[in-house]
Design a protein around this ligand. Structure first.
Ligand SMILES: [Zn+2]
Length: 191
């Protein structure tokens, strides 16, 4: 009997500890994120901060005489699924491993870039040095973007997505799928 009550107290304390931990964890989430539930509407445009940083990136690239172009911004679920099928059930090369909802593009938190050469064509050449400063324009853009707060797909350890720039706001794809959104979205809408 004594052993049994000891067990109850031990588990009771563990349970209490987890409740307290959960309380503080939720509070910290409430400060940064917004939980809109599983039916959370999909954003229809880039997050305001991503939009602002994208425009700064374009300006800074122009200042360095780099011809930068943004080829992809927000994608709807339908567009993402169509892209996923490319090279699988439709013609072309495989361009993504992400289905609808599995990329930050679907939440207005990612953009893709390319360069424009002398002939005016879009190029994905990471060695191109259009401004003749001895450095790859592609990596110069990546450095500018990272200084602006973007995460660059070229830095990923597994599959490298060189044109890809994203801002996660500390949210995982799973959390976004579950209906969490960066809290700044609301602040920007109201203010
Ligand atoms: Zn991308």
């Amino acid at each position: 009997m004594k052993k049994f009550s000891k067990l109850i107290i031990t588990w009771g304390l563990i349970f209490l500890f987890l409740i307290i931990l959960g309380f503080f964890y939720n509070r910290s989430i409430d400060n940064n994120y917004l939980y809109l539930g599983e039916d959370a509407p999909q954003p229809t445009q880039l997050h305001p901060l991503v939009e602002e940083k994208k425009n700064l990136l374009l300006q800074q690239a122009t200042d360095l005489n780099i011809n930068l172009v943004i080829t992809d911004e927000i994608r709807t679920f339908e567009e993402q699924n169509a892209l996923y099928e490319r090279g699988r059930t439709t013609q072309g090369n495989i361009v993504t491993n992400a289905r609808a909802g599995e990329t930050y593009h679907n939440y207005g938190l990612a953009i893709d870039y390319a360069l424009i050469n002398e002939a005016g064509d879009y190029i994905w050449d990471t060695t191109f040095d259009g401004n003749n400063n001895g450095e790859s324009d592609w990596f110069e853009v990546a450095d500018l973007a990272k200084d602006l707060g973007f995460e660059w797909g070229g830095d990923w350890s597994g599959f490298k997505d060189y044109p890809h720039l994203q801002m996660t706001f500390g949210l995982s794809i799973r959390q976004l799928q579950d209906g969490m959104r960066p809290a700044t979205e609301v602040i920007d809408i109201n203010g």
